[in-house]
Write a new protein. Structure first.
Length: 212
């Protein structure tokens, strides 16, 4: 049985982290005999989590260059994909990931101005052949997202203004239309209650995984 790799994407404040946990619990019950894991980027393994602290939650006297930022995310990603994600996919399991390389393309490629193709090239070897089967983008007005609760464990992106996240959103929309991504991309309405959003996700994933 082929494994299934599903990633949740979006700007801050969309509720995707909460929904990733809910979907993880739902799938564990739906597939009791199948390996199901929930991971995140950056993070998901000891080394990757250490890189997360450096790139997102450490204050330096100097500004981190966007190129440095992109390579740190790629290195964290390379570790988690090979040590956490790939083994589960090879077993025919299901991986739910809170973010992926798509975040780097939107955040560093568009909002930081490095360019989409340039960030994709940085990530090419980090990804190898480990690519998502399904991308769910939590679509919400950046004005609303930036007013919601953020990552309390420390995330430097909390300090960015709404215009930054509008640029991130624009980056996501460009990726959504790109061949190779548009076939596996779902724009999910992330407005409404947690239960309403969960039902939308569950319906989409259930069709993909052929749940009745």
């Amino acid at each position: 049985m082929k494994g299934t790799y599903i990633v949740f994407e979006g700007i801050v404040g969309t509720g995707k982290t909460t929904q990733a946990k809910k979907i993880f619990e739902f799938l564990k019950k739906a597939f009791p005999g199948r390996k199901i894991i929930l991971t995140r980027e950056p993070g998901g393994s000891e080394i990757a989590e250490s890189i997360r602290k450096v790139v997102q939650a450490t204050k330096f006297k100097e500004d981190m260059n966007p190129v440095t930022e992109a390579y740190l995310y790629a290195s964290s990603r390379a570790q988690t994909l090979r040590t956490v994600v790939k083994p589960v996919l090879d077993e025919g399991g299901i991986v739910i990931s809170d973010r992926s390389f798509i975040s780097s393309v939107a955040y560093q490629g568009t909002a930081r101005g490095l360019g989409l193709n340039e960030v994709l090239e940085i990530n090419r070897y980090a990804l190898g052949d480990i690519l998502p089967d399904m991308i769910i983008y939590f679509n919400i007005d950046p004005e609303i997202g930036t007013k919601r609760t953020f990552d309390k464990s420390g995330d430097k992106f909390e300090n960015e203004d709404v215009d930054f996240f509008r640029n991130v959103h624009d980056g996501y929309m460009t990726i959504a239309k790109t061949p190779g991504f548009n076939e596996i991309w779902t724009n999910l309405d992330a407005s409404g209650s947690r239960d309403e959003v969960f039902e939308r996700i569950k319906e989409k994933i259930s069709k993909t995984l052929h749940l009745s």
